[in-house]
Design a binder for this molecule. Structure first.
Ligand code: NAP
Length: 260
């Protein structure tokens, strides 16, 4: 299937590892000019090299904290235009809401709600002018089914989801789409941290916590970043212009509702 996005320009945030990197890889393999971002320069350059080798096209990097004003300025300044925007950042820490201060909430909101909204604000009018835009937000299955120990994530990401649900309908006639991908447990560096937290909570070892997590997934496995990236690229296809305002769960069937 030709996604017909070769030559487009994409900014993929938080993409030196895991789900963001997989989205960048899938887009680059379609011939998209990809710019990736993360804070650690060494890991970022290594990811760019890997993507470049696989896709055979140059990959730009911007080492910065995308949740800061300076980081957003730096990331947006490097691209001539942005046709495809994949918003992403690290997830907030787990914990008990009794321990979270106002500052903790502001940090969670900044990373997982206000940063995507700001990046959308600064790119969407250009997309409208050019009559093409694909915005994909990496959120979480927690948007559909809150995860008790990830309250900051539940709150911030649901705020983003509500906001973009309205905006998606305002820009759809300009061939600008906004969708979110909702990962359930995927095999990335973030997963062991969740397993360690659960093990501490339940006084078990990490292996037992990992097995318990797996048992809750009908597919019987964790998601792979590669399949996640391919789904992202599909949503960015020229022919995906009629898909907007959607929240797509990639969770191996874990959400047990009749409608996904
Ligand atoms: P990951 O493998 O740990 O990768 C996170 C990436 O984000 C790294 O490249 C990291 O690089 C970058 N990053 C983090 N904070 C950043 C910031 N402030 N500015 C720029 N880059 C930043 O994580 P992942 O599993 O891909 O998760 C991606 C997102 O999906 C997270 O928000 C996570 O909470 C969410 N999610 C993941 C899962 C899962 O099972 N994996 C499930 C549900 C939701 P630097 O540290 O160098 O900046």
């Amino acid at each position: 299937m030709n996604l017909e996005i070769a030559g487009r320009h994409a900014l993929v945030c938080a993409a030196s590892k895991g789900l963001g990197k997989a989205c960048a890889m899938a887009l680059a393999l379609e011939g998209v000019n990809v710019t990736i971002n993360a804070r650690n320069r060494e890991a970022l350059e290594s990811a760019a090299f890997e993507i470049q080798q696989a896709a055979g096209i140059p990959v730009n990097t911007v080492a910065c904290d995308i949740t800061t004003r300076d980081g957003q300025d730096a990331a947006l300044a490097t691209l001539p235009v942005i046709d495809i925007l994949v918003t992403n950042a690290g997830g907030p820490p787990p914990g008990d809401f009794r321990d979270w201060s106002r500052e903790d909430w502001i940090a969670g909101l900044d990373a997982n709600m206000l940063t995507p909204i700001e990046l959308i604000r600064r790119t969407i009018d250009g997309m409208i002018e050019r009559n093409f835009g694909r915005i994909v937000n990496i959120t979480s299955s927690a948007v559909k089914a809150p995860i008790p120990f990830l309250g900051l994530s539940n709150g911030a990401r649901t705020g983003l989801t509500g906001f973009v649900a309205g905006l998606a309908r305002q820009v759809a006639r300009h061939n600008v789409t906004i969708n979110s991908l909702l990962p359930g447990p995927h095999a990335t560096d973030r997963l062991p941290a969740a397993q360690k937290y659960l093990a501490r909570q339940y006084g078990s070892d990490v292996e037992a916590a990992a097995r318990a997590m797996l048992e809750l997934i009908p597919a019987g496995r964790f998601g792979s970043p590669e399949e996640f990236g391919l789904t992202c690229a599909f949503l960015c296809a020229a022919s995906s212009g009629y898909i907007t305002g959607q929240n797509l769960l990639l969770d191996g069937g874990s959400y047990a509702g009749t409608f996904g």
